[in-house]
Write a protein that binds this ligand. Structure first.
Ligand code: NDP
Ligand code: HEM
Length: 482
């Protein structure tokens, strides 16, 4: 006997063999009574849950958020009070590729954080960019279809991508980011994260503010050139996953500053940009960033499937002191994520260890597939037997007036709303000469794929000319468009 554990079936019964199925004589046939063989084959056939419809490839780690500044005048959310420490799980991802796809492709990166707060889970499900491609959730599935695979050939298709982008001018700001070298970050540790949307904060006195979150990497921004990123696709498709795990294992714990921009509630109505439009940032000259704390990632998950593949983030997980804004994209996402989890993981996904809150759950929801923990009696409210009772006072301050006609429409334009003004500021004022050279060659490389038609190339040139004529000219030159 060795001190190795004995193999068992999933029911804990000692397994009869690690290699031989039960047969009639050494040469078979096999017997139906070999329940262990049947269990192995059946379990194998059921190993996969559906991958995420977007953001399928990723990796994550646990960490802790520490708040160093007093922001109680803006929010009463417990996790944001000075001195507070809150455990968290963060998952990074690419967007368009499948679960086994390469990490270093040009794509935005997901930056999804679950804070295990005293008031239950608070999820900020953001990206490494402060903006997005579209501003109405009704276009999301169309946008994603254009970035993934064709129906006929199952190939990715740059012509289809540019078709969608050039017909959706609101995408210009995000596509501009994507085509800089920030579209190919060196690692997940070397990029910022953003809550991207505007959220509502309210304090104990019921005063309201609009807030944006910026998570600034303390490792510094580092990017791959297009050529280096492409080379790594072949060399190590799991480069970012491996990088994060190795750094944490070696005690090199990555950290991000937590910065916010705060807009007084009343400013929103006539701010020069629509502050809820996800294709726009709030310029720092109007609303400077304020550092309120930092978080560190310090522990790798022990089981990828249990803790990363089944991690389930939802923008609807907001705690008292934080609320949604009228951003239409955010409103759409409030529904979309829990719906995805119920389909992909199952209705009781919140009972899995990575998803479950670190506070007692006193809901009146019961039963369903794979539930192992039910509340006790009573199972209904109202009740007269001292069951859990809601405390609406926790949400005092979240209320505000909205009126209007029921309508399908674009946002009402604010004074300086325009799809090109902010990407133009990026090109003119923020990018260095080298950044600009790389952006042009990244665009030209992308739009030079063999499937991109001559007509589409002209549309690509027009798209970039709208942002800046120099940019348009340089793209035209690169693509050979007159
Ligand atoms: P600022 O000059 O105050 O801010 C520019 C921002 O751009 C900084 O956050 C900077 O910080 C970031 N940045 C620097 N290099 C790049 C790059 N190569 N790619 C993307 N971002 C970069 O100007 P404004 O706030 O008026 O914004 C001007 C433009 O900058 C915007 O139109 C937008 O395109 C871009 N931007 C603005 C942000 C905002 O929240 N205001 C955030 C990010 C970008 P860092 O290098 O640390 O990222
Ligand atoms: C993942 C929908 C916009 C960031 C997902 C998933 C869906 C989805 C269905 C898969 C969820 C899962 O199976 O776990 C939508 C819709 C959007 C939208 C309908 C717009 C209306 C955005 C925006 C951002 C974003 C604007 C960032 C600012 C993410 C991230 C993930 C994700 C980071 C991966 C989360 C994880 O790591 O598990 N999205 N999305 N999405 N989305 Fe969105």
């Amino acid at each position: 006997m060795t001190d190795r554990p004995i193999t068992t079936t999933d029911a804990g019964i000692p397994a009869p063999s690690d290699e031989f199925s039960l047969s009639v004589g050494p040469n078979g046939p096999l017997l139906l009574q070999d329940h262990y063989l049947i269990q192995k084959m059946a379990a194998f056939n059921r190993e996969r849950v559906p991958e995420r419809v977007v953001h399928a490839k990723g990796g994550g780690a646990y960490g802790v958020l520490r708040i160093t500044e007093d922001v109680s005048r803006y929010t009463k959310a417990k996790l944001f009070q000075k001195g507070q420490e809150t455990g968290l799980f963060l998952r990074f991802s690419t967007v368009a590729g499948e679960r086994g796809s390469a990490d270093t492709v040009r794509d935005p990166r997901g930056f999804a954080i679950k804070f295990y707060t005293e008031d239950g889970n608070y999820d900020i499900v953001g990206n490494n960019t402060p903006i997005f491609f579209i501003r109405d959730p009704s276009k999301f599935s169309d946008f994603i279809h254009s970035q993934k695979r064709r129906a006929d050939t199952h190939t990715r298709d740059h012509n289809m991508q540019w078709d969608f982008w050039t017909l959706s001018p609101e995408s210009a700001h995000q596509v501009a980011f994507l085509m800089t070298d920030r579209g190919t970050p060196r690692s997940w540790r070397h990029m910022h994260g953003f809550g991207s949307h505007t959220f509502l904060w309210y304090n104990a006195a019921g005063e309201k503010f609009w807030v944006k979150y910026h998570f600034k990497t303390e490792q510094g921004i580092e990017n791959f050139t297009d050529a280096d990123a492409r080379a790594l696709v072949a060399e190590d498709p799991d480069f970012h996953l491996r990088d994060l795990q190795t750094a944490i294992r070696n005690g090199d714990h990555p950290a991000w500053k937590v910065n916010i921009q705060i807009m007084p509630f009343e400013d929103a109505a006539d701010y020069r940009f629509n502050p809820f439009d996800l294709t726009k940032v709030w310029p720092h000259s109007d609303y400077p960033e304020i550092t309120i704390g930092r978080f560190v990632l310090n522990r790798n998950p022990e089981n990828y499937f249990a803790e990363v593949e089944q991690a389930s983030f939802e923008p609807a997980n907001l705690v008292p002191g934080v609320g949604p804004s009228p951003d239409k994209m955010l409103q759409g996402r409030l529904f979309s994520y829990p719906d995805a989890h119920r389909y992909r993981i199952g209705p009781n996904y919140l009972q899995l260890p990575v998803n479950t809150p670190k506070v007692p759950v006193h809901s009146y929801n019961v039963d369903g597939h794979m539930r192992y923990r039910n509340p006790g009696d009573p199972v209904y409210a109202p009740n007269s037997v001292n069951g859990p009772a809601a405390d609406p006072s926790l949400y005092e301050g979240e209320n505000y007036q909205v009126t209007g006609e029921i309508i399908r429409s674009a946002y009402v334009r604010h004074r300086e709303d325009d799809d090109y003004v902010q990407p133009r500021a990026l090109w003119e004022n923020v990018l260095s000469d080298v950044d600009r050279d790389h952006m042009v060659s990244n665009i030209v490389g992308h739009a030079s794929a063999p499937e991109v038609t001559a007509d589409m190339k002209k549309r690509v040139v027009d798209y970039w000319t709208n942002i800046h004529k120099d940019l348009g000219q340089r793209v035209a030159q690169g693509l050979g468009v007159a």
